[in-house]
Design a protein around this ligand. Structure first.
Ligand code: CP
Ligand code: NVA
Length: 314
C-alpha cells in the first residue's frame, strides 16, 4: 500500500509565512463560528491519538476538546501502559498507530523523538511540545497578539527569560509575521543558535526584526507585549536552584511593565510561577492576557487539525 506523504507540524519552520498567517485566519474564523458544519463536522469519524511523555493541562484538554468540537474524537496513549514503555521502537509505534488513527499529537523530550515518529508515520504528526519547540503555543500567542492590536506586522514583543522551547517557536513565528521581536536571556541561557539562525532568516525574508541580548529593560522599552515562561522547564528539575540564581533580575514585574508601551499586555504560556518569572501583581493584573492565550490554544489547534487531518486534507 502506498501513501501520500502526510503533512506534519513539528516546528514553526514547517510553515511558510503565508501558511502560518492563513492558519491564524482560519483559527479566527473557527473561533467566530465554531458550530458551522464546515468545522463541526470536519472530523467526523476521525481519531487523534495523543502521546504524552511529560505532564500537561492545556495541551491535553484543548486537543481533546478540539477534536470533539470538530466532530471527531481523541484518545490518550499512556507511554507506561503501552509497549513504548517496554521498549517497542518509536518507528514501529508510528507504523502501527498509522493503521488505526488519523493523526498523532505528541509531547516528548528530545525533538529527535518526534521527527523519528513523523518520519515513519503515514498520518500527520503534531508537536505538542518538545525540548526544542512548542509550535501550537506560538500560533495561539500570535492569534492573541493580533486580537489585541489588530495586526502583527511591526508589533514589538519582548521575551524575557529562558531561551527555551517556547522562546524558539515564538521568535520564529514573530519573525515570520514581520514583528519586532526582542529576546533577553541571562548569559548562558540564550536560545539555540540553529533556532536563532532560522528566525533571523525568516525576519529578513518577511521584514521582521529579531534582537537578542541580556538586558530586560532594553528589550522591554516601548514593547507592546512582554512575554515570559518558567525558568525551569520540564526535564530540568535538577537545575532548579542554579536557575533561580541565574535568572534573578529576569522577572516581569510592575517595574519592567513600566518600561513597556502604555497599552502593553503581559503574556505567558502557563503554567506560571508567581514570584519567579512573573510577579503576582502582573500575572493577576489588568494587562495580563494569559487566559486568552490559553483559550486560543483551542482555536489555533482546531485550525491545525482542520488543515492537517480535516476536510481539505485529503
Ligand atoms: N502551555 C502549555 O503547553 O500548557 P500545558 O503544559 O498545560 O499543556
Ligand atoms: N518551557 C516550558 C513550557 C511548558 C508549557 C516547559 O517545557 O516545561
Amino acid at each position: 500500500m502506498t501513501h501520500a506523504k502526510p503533512r506534519h507540524l513539528l516546528a514553526i519552520a514547517d510553515l511558510t509565512a503565508d501558511g502560518m498567517l492563513g492558519l491564524l485566519d482560519l483559527a479566527a474564523a473557527i473561533k467566530a463560528d465554531p458550530r458551522h458544519p464546515r468545522y463541526s463536522q470536519s472530523m467526523t469519524g476521525k481519531t487523534l491519538g495523543m502521546v504524552f511523555d511529560k505532564p500537561s493541562t492545556r495541551t491535553r484538554i484543548s486537543f481533546e476538546v478540539a477534536m470533539n468540537q470538530l466532530g471527531g474524537s481523541a484518545l490518550l496513549m499512556d507511554r507506561q501502559q503501552s509497549q513504548l514503555g517496554r521498549g517497542e521502537t518509536v518507528a514501529d509505534t508510528a507504523r502501527t498507530l498509522s493503521r488505526f488513527l488519523d493523526g498523532i499529537m505528541m509531547r516528548t523530550f528530545g525533538h529527535g523523538i518526534i521527527t523519528e515518529l513523523a518520519s515513519h508515520a503515514t498520518i500527520p504528526v503534531i508537536n505538542g511540545l518538545t525540548d526544542l519547540a512548542h509550535p501550537c503555543q506560538a500560533l495561539a500567542d500570535l492569534l492573541t497578539v493580533r486580537e489585541k492590536f489588530g495586526r502583527l506586522r511591526g508589533v514589538a514583543m519582548a521575551y524575557v527569560g529562558d531561551g527555551n522551547n517556547v522562546a524558539h517557536s515564538l521568535m520564529q513565528a514573530a519573525a515570520r509575521a514581520g514583528m519586532d521581536m526582542r529576546v533577553a536571556t541571562p548569559k548562558g541561557y540564550g536560545p539555540d543558535p540553529g533556532q536563532v539562525r532560522l528566525a533571523h532568516e525568516a525576519a529578513r525574508a518577511e521584514g521582521g526584526r529579531l534582537t537578542l541580548g541580556h538586558d530586560p529593560d532594553t528589550a522591554a522599552r516601548g514593547a507592546q507585549a512582554l512575554y515570559t515562561d518558567v525558568w525551569t522547564s520540564m526535564g530540568q528539575e535538577a537545575e532548579q536552584a542554579e536557575r533561580r540564581h541565574a535568572f534573578a533580575g529576569f522577572q516581569i514585574n510592575a517595574e519592567l511593565m513600566a518600561q513597556a508601551a502604555p497599552d502593553a499586555v503581559f503574556m505567558h504560556c502557563l503554567p506560571a510561577h508567581r514570584g519567579e518569572e512573573v510577579s503576582a501583581e502582573v500575572m493577576d493584573g489588568p494587562r495580563s492576557v494569559v487566559f486568552d492565550q490559553a483559550e486560543n490554544r483551542l482555536h489555533a489547534q482546531k485550525a491545525v487539525l482542520f488543515r492537517l487531518l480535516g476536510g481539505d486534507a485529503r
